[in-house]
Design a protein around this ligand. Structure first.
Ligand SMILES: C[S@@+](CC[C@H](N)C(=O)[O-])C[C@H]1O[C@@H](n2cnc3c(N)ncnc32)[C@H](O)[C@@H]1O
Length: 258
């Protein structure tokens, strides 16, 4: 693809993901539109050779992406495939004209506003992969960007996240971000990044299914303490049974009382 953007600032190609999104014409990078790719790189680089199943809502069409020169549907799917070296990438779209199949990429039809269609599509993917318990490591919602659709899709598809799996909802307006912060989260899923972006259309939120969700540590004799396990830190007050703090820790940390 011959892209003709006049890119002067070196920062726009700061990460491998910036380069890949640009190469294929996906607007997730600063050289084209959104400032997501450096943030995504920080979130995802540790999983580069670990994630094996990626699902994105929104294959892309040249009508919606007319500001991208010679846009070809599937731009971000191709970038994910190249970045996650061992992953299969599945695309979902309401527009049947943009569905395609190529090396490690397969697209399926679904309208993300319809619970039944999303579930049917998961069954179709299960048939395709011959895996009745298909789960995903990364799910990206870059579809209709209508809030009710985004929330419904999260409710349905978050059930299919693997442990450590990440679910990203893109293009959230600043004024709407609180709605996504306040979604009732299924057990084990936590917000890991709220990104408000450089302008009002440039926000995303990322959730992750944690290996050791805070609730796991609600044990009787653990009164007011800090518990660190690989990748997870949780600070509880069992007098009130409230989680005071939780988040990622460094691998190899030990349990410590305070
Ligand atoms: C912004 S484009 C996706 C761009 C693509 N992810 C990329 O970066 O190259 C949004 C896509 O969402 C699809 N879409 C819109 N409404 C949808 C819906 N209700 N369900 C599924 N897909 C939808 C559109 O057909 C379009 O292809």
């Amino acid at each position: 693809m011959n892209m003709t953007f006049n890119v002067k600032e070196p920062y726009v190609f700061k990460t491998e993901l910036c380069k890949l999104f640009y190469k294929y014409g996906a607007d997730k990078c600063p050289a084209i539109r959104h400032s997501y790719s450096p943030e995504y790189y920080t979130l995802l680089k540790e999983y580069k050779s670990q994630f094996t199943d990626i699902l994105e809502i929104g294959v892309g069409n040249d009508c919606q992406l007319r500001y991208v020169f010679e846009y070809i549907p599937g731009a971000s799917l191709r970038a994910w495939r190249d970045f996650f070296t061992d992953a299969n990438v599945y695309g979902i779209d309401i527009d049947k004209n943009v569905l395609f199949e190529e090396e490690r990429i397969k697209c399926f039809y679904a309208d993300q506003s319809k619970e039944e269609e999303l579930e049917n599509t998961i069954r179709d993917i299960e048939k395709y992969t011959n895996n009745k318990n298909q789960k995903f490591d990364l799910i990206v919602d870059d579809g209709s960007h209508i809030i009710s659709h985004m929330i419904l899709s999260f409710k349905i598809l978050s059930k299919y996240m693997r442990i450590n799996g990440i679910y990203i909802i893109e293009d959230i307006k600043k004024e709407d971000i609180d709605r996504f912060k306040n979604i009732e989260l299924p057990m084990g899923i936590e917000i890991i990044k709220v990104y408000e972006g450089k302008d009002s259309q440039d926000g995303f939120i990322a959730y992750q299914r944690l290996d050791f969700p805070g609730e796991t540590f609600r044990i009787k004799d653990f009164v007011r303490g800090v518990c660190c396990l690989d990748y997870f830190i949780c600070c509880l007050d069992l007098g009130t049974n409230k989680r005071l703090l939780s988040g990622k820790s460094h691998p190899g940390s030990l349990i410590r009382k305070v």
